[in-house]
Design a protein around this ligand. Structure first.
Ligand code: ADP
Ligand code: MG
Length: 726
């Protein structure tokens, strides 16, 4: 049975919004009801357990077995009240998404029946079969043992009938097999490195938090149309499809009203997120048709990243309820904007100071400038590595294309901060940095406007932009786990802060006052970053590419080569000195990344070839045969083909494109065969990079055919249908 595309289109077009059942109360009444948050801890834990757990969360004090048992008891009571029947350790392996292994709470009661049990041991540690998760050869499959261990800093939550326990996932020998473990290490490293610097300005600081506010971009496609596109289903993006006559050139989607079916989905998603204590805040249309964005209020990085993973899962399931499929792929459609996941990032102290925002006085402002400049130094030193941290087969389609980000990591400061930095180089090191126009204060030579957030200009072409009280790492891909970027960024900043502290010590040893010592240590760094990593111009131009190369910034565009940077001397030194990765882990993870890259391209290439042969060629040959019959009929009736110019031209074009497809599919199959025979994961990925580059080449004749073949006989939903029906 064949499904008629036009029937599908009609059916999709007529779908109505699903009614959303909102709770009959205020958001704040049900916010967080499905997480074991502090409020629940106070309610369900005894005083001893509560104190120990809070010390563990706030100060990193280890939990003993007795406390774990106490916590498990409280959690079980809460879970049973919420009709939970199963428990799972929830973790983030190096594949995409999250993993779970559900166990029922029941155990034999010794009297012939069962009872619900849940103790500290099952809370703290589990042993899933790790052989099915990528590990880059760290652990041979025969000793398939990996442990998941509870992360008390991220609250346990309920999904459906299951209690989900956020965990790290490590191998038997202790190597990280997931995203969370290194992220937590990087967060500790940045705190450990930042606290001594904060103490120069404020002795009360004991901990520095990293904050993350992600902006999740995504596309929605009608699920019936999606199901008729094998490329979308299998690879997450369209591998063929002629541009719609209209796409985003009128910019009318961004400002348009949210379509009702989509609004219902968003509302449903928000309710589910809020029940899970995820502070979803902003929802809007994005630039491309059927593209949208969702952002929460920022939070501590590890927690915020967990929440992003939970939200992505929720989006997948809730979209289906509304007859949609969510596309997280960075570039699902050629010719329209792709999707990113801007990582808004900042550091803040346990005394409540945001370190990338101006302070209350000259001392606070110097602290701000200190952190600001050191971030730039870290980004400069590890610009290639930061790019590698967001590189993937899917994000490669966004990198370097004419949309954020270019494949060069530079930092945008805006005019105000650029001027401040230049000025600092000119004035004596003891010049106070004042907030402009603050009453009752002497206005110093350096002025920072008070309302900073509204003062920074926007530069959409920059992959790493200062936006008033935070940096926005825009290069992160929409499908990525933010931990990849956040681990590298926080670790690089930790290394830089440690080096900076040593430089300040040297200045202090010369008998200088603290503010002078700090400024003298900052000046050479300021001079360096202004000339190299700082760039406020248009990042899309050819001149910038040349200029960036001259400045020594990394301009590599091949993903397999970018990945290699993780094991460069500088990277290994940075990651090992901060305790974030061992060299062995870095090597293993690179193997995983290369393998993943090759597999993704391999799958795309297979799907494209099969669709060309199974979908496109049969459809166009059908049409061609119709045309041939028409020509034959003309000949029969009129004795010539004088009236068949259009038919003959179409026949000749179709034959030409079909031949092109035949040649290119054969070449692609051959290239795959050769790539598959390579045993080194790196070299295989390099070979697959070539294949990735040739996918567009094979797509071209197919898209040309779409343009000339009868609309009725085209077998796949077209761009205009996928992008404009919602
Ligand atoms: P825009 O699209 O204008 O950049 P959004 O409001 O969509 O801004 O998203 C900004 C994100 O940045 C939100 O998640 C917000 O909570 C977050 N954010 C704001 N301040 C900070 C900060 N100091 N540190 C980290 N994230 C922040
Ligand atoms: Mg933004």
């Amino acid at each position: 049975m064949s499904i008629d595309r036009l029937d599908l289109v009609k059916e999709s077009f007529e779908k109505k919004a699903v009614e959303v059942k909102a709770p009959d109360c205020k958001t704040s009444d049900y916010y967080g009801e499905l997480v074991f948050d502090r409020k629940k801890m106070y309610k369900y834990l005894d005083a001893y357990t509560l104190k120990a757990l809070l010390e563990c969360i706030d100060k990193g004090v280890a939990l003993d077995r007795k406390t774990a048992d106490g916590v498990a008891r409280g959690m079980k009571e809460w879970a049973m009240e919420n009709k939970v029947t199963h428990v799972t350790h929830w973790f983030q392996p190096l594949t995409e998404g999250t993993a779970e292994k559900h166990d029922s709470l029941i155990d034999y009661d010794g009297k012939g029946g069962v009872i619900e049990t849940f103790d500290g041991k099952s809370l703290a540690q589990q042993e899933p079969d790790a052989s099915s998760f990528p590990n880059g050869g760290i652990r041979a499959t025969f000793e398939a043992r990996g442990y998941t261990a509870w992360d008390p800093t991220s609250p346990v939550f309920i999904q459906g009938d299951t209690l989900c326990i956020p965990t790290v996932f490590v191998s038997y020998t202790g190597e990280a097999l997931d995203y969370k473990t290194p992220l937590k290490k990087a967060l500790k490293a940045v705190s450990d490195a930042a606290v001594p610097i904060c103490k120069l300005f404020d002795p009360n600081v004991n901990k520095v938090y990293s904050y993350l506010g992600w902006e999740q971009e995504y596309f929605l496609v009608d699920e019936s149309l999606y199901a008729a596109r094998p490329d979308l289903m299998i690879t997450g993006r369209t591998l063929m499809g002629h541009n719609s006559s209209k796409n985003q050139q009128l910019d009318d989607h961004y400002f348009g009203a949210i379509p009702s079916r989509v609004a219902a989905f968003m509302r449903d998603l928000e309710i589910a997120g809020h029940r899970l204590g995820i502070p979803l805040k902003t929802r809007h249309n994005e630039v491309a048709p059927n593209q949208f964005e969702l952002a929460p209020i920022y939070g501590e990085t590890n927690l915020s990243n967990d929440q992003n993973q939970i939200v992505m899962n929720l989006m997948n399931s809730i979209a289906r309820k509304h007859g949609f499929v969510v596309l997280f792929h960075e570039k699902p459609f050629d010719g329209v904007n792709g999707s990113g996941k801007h990582n808004n990032w900042s550091l803040g102290t346990d005394t409540g100071t945001l370190l990338f925002a101006p302070g209350k006085d000259a001392n606070g402002n110097l602290q701000f400038v200190t952190f600001f400049v050191n971030v730039l130094a870290a980004v400069q030193k590890h610009n290639g590595l930061l790019k590698a941290s967001i590189a993937s087969a899917t994000n490669a389609h966004r990198l370097g294309a004419n949309e954020a980000p270019p494949a060069i990591v530079s930092a945008f400061l805006g005019e105000t901060m650029t001027n401040v930095l230049y000025k600092l180089l000119e004035v004596p090191s003891d010049t106070p940095i004042e907030i402009a126009g603050k009453k009752g204060k002497s206005v110093g030579l350096i002025e920072i406007p008070e309302l900073f957030v509204d003062n920074t200009d926007r530069n959409r072409t920059s992959p790493f932009a200062f936006t008033g009280n935070r940096f926005e790492f825009r290069a992160v891909g929409s499908s990525a786990n933010c931990a990849g970027a956040m681990t590298t960024l926080n670790a690089a900043v930790a290394e830089q802060l440690t080096e900076f502290k040593a430089a300040v010590e040297l200045e202090l040893a010369k008998g200088k006052a603290t503010n002078v010592a700090v400024m003298d240590a900052l000046k050479p760094i300021i001079a360096s970053v202004l000339g190299v990593v700082c760039f406020d111009g248009n990042g899309y131009t050819e001149q910038w590419k040349q200029e960036a190369e001259r400045r020594g910034l990394d301009i590599q565009t091949s993903v397999p080569e970018m990945i290699k940077l993780f094991t460069s001397e500088d990277s290994v030194k940075m990651f090992t000195s901060t305790g974030v990765y061992t060299e062995k882990e870095l090597e293993a993870r690179n193997e995983v990344k290369w393998e993943m890259y090759s597999k993704k391209v391999q799958i795309e290439s297979r799907v494209l070839v099969r669709m060309a042969i199974n979908h496109i060629i049969p459809a166009v040959l059908d049409y061609k045969s119709k045309l041939l019959k028409e020509v034959a009929l003309n000949k029969e009736v009129f004795g010539n083909t004088d009236n068949c110019t259009t038919e003959l031209e179409l026949i000749s074009k179709i034959s030409g494109y079909v031949e092109e497809i035949r040649v290119k599919t054969a070449a692609m199959k051959q290239a795959r065969k050769q790539a598959n025979a390579i045993s080194s994961e790196y070299e295989k990925a390099v070979a697959y990079h070539q294949i990735a580059e040739s996918l567009a080449d094979l797509r071209r004749p197919i898209d040309k055919l779409e343009e000339i073949v009868d609309n009725k006989s085209w077998p796949l939903p077209k761009y205009r249908e996928l992008l404009f029906i919602s």
